[in-house]
Design a binder for this molecule. Sequence first.
Ligand code: SF4
Length: 460
Amino acid sequence: MLLRHTKKEVADRKALTINPAKTCQPIGAMYAALGINGCMPHSHGSQGCCAYHRSSLTRHYKEPVMAGSSSFTEGASVFGGQANLVQAINNIFTIYDPEIIAVHSTCLSETIGDDLPQIVANAEVSGKVPKGKKVIYASTPSYVGSHITGFANMVQGIVKGFAQPGIKSNDLINIIPGWVEPSDMAEIKRILSLMKVPSIMFPDTSGVMNAPQTGKHEFYPQGGTTSKDLSRIGSASHTCALGKWASESAATLLSKMAQVPFTICDIPIGLKATDRFLMELAKVSGHEISQELEFERGQVADIITDMHQYLYGKKVALWGDPDQLIPLTEFLVDLDMKPIHIVSGTPGKAFEKRIKEICATKDITPNVKSGAQADMYLMHQWILNEPVDLLIGNTYGKYISRDMDIPFVRHGFPIYDRIGHSYFPTVGYKGSMRLLEMMLSAIMNKMDREAPEERFELVM
Ligand code: SF4
C-alpha cells in the first residue's frame, strides 16, 4: 500500500497541496515554443529549472528537447539577469542559428523583477538579434497558474511577436489547438484537409514531438508552424481557439491586434464536442463536413452501441487539464457512465461550473474541484469514500490504481510510464474510437483477471 497514509476524512485545506494535479508554467511555455518551426525555447532562470522543464517534456514525449538557459548564479539572482539573457541571445543565434528564440521567465527571474520586454528590446537595439530573426517572450511565474497557464502565455507571446493586420483571406482559418498531443494536432489537420479548409495551426508540435527516426539528429525538426505562416495569422477570416484555458487569451489578443474574429470551442474529444467543432468549422469556413467524417461518426456510434452494456453505470474518477476534462466528462456522461470525482490543478471556477452543468444532464452530482488544493491526495480521499470502476488521468494515478486495484486509462500530461500516446490521437471521431477501446479494455481486463474459473468466458 504505497498510499496507506491517506486519511479517509476530508479536511478543508487552504495552504497545503499534496501531490499536485498540475505542473510548472514554463513547461507549458516550452511545449508551445516547440510548436514553432526553427524555434529554440529559452528558460530565463537557473539551470535546474531548465533541466526540469526539458526532462519533463522528454519523459512524456520520448523526444530530445533542446532549450537554452540564462544559467542564473548568485550574482544574477541578486543583481538581475539582464546581462545573462542578452549574452544568451547572442550565443544562441551565433552557435545554434535558430529562426526564433522563445524566452519564458521562471519563478526566480519573476521574483527579482526582471523585465523581459525591456531586456529583449535592449538585445535588439544592441544588435544581438540578427536581421530577419526574432525573439518572442512570455511571463511564466510558476507560483501562480499551471503548465496550461504557461502554454497560454507563450501562445499569446507568439501572437504578440507575429500578428499584423492584413487583408482577410476568405476561408483561411486559424486553429489554436490548445495543449494536446502532437498526434491530436495531426488529427485536427487531417479533419481540416478532409473538409478542404485552408488553415494555419499554431503552435503545431506534430512532426516535432513525435518526429520519425531517421538515423540522424535534427536540431530543428521539419514540423512546427513556420514564420511565414505566423506572419499570415492576421489575415485569417476567423480563429477557432480550442479550449478556454489554453487558447482564449491568444485568440482575444489576435482579435485586438488584427481584428480576426474568434470562437472558443471545446477540444473535440468525444462525440458531441467533435460534432460541435465540425459544425463550427463548416459555419466559419463555408465548407461542408466531408462524407469521410460522417462515415467515421457512424463508426463511433456503432462502437458505442456495442460497448454500452459494459460501460453503463460505471463510476469514473478523472484528473488533468480543464480543457480536456470538460469534453471528456461530457463524453462519459453521453456513454451513461458516471464521472463522480474530478480534479484539475489549473485554477478556474468556470471549470467546476461547467462540469456540474454537464453532469446535471444525467442527474449526477460530482465531487469537482480546481486550483492548488485540487490535488491527487484529495482525489484519493474521495475514492476511498466512494470507490470507482475506472481512473482516467496522467501517470500520477498509478499509485491509486495499484493500491485499490482500479482499471486505469492514461490520458493527459504527463504520461511518463507508457509509450505511444504521442502517435495516436484521442480527438475527433478517430480519437473517440481509441478512447472507447482503451476504456473498455481496461475494464474487461479486470473482469477477466478476477473471474472465477467457471465464469471465465471466451466470448464476452
Ligand atoms: S522554481 Fe519555478 S520555474 Fe523553476 S522548476 Fe520550480 S516551479 Fe518551475
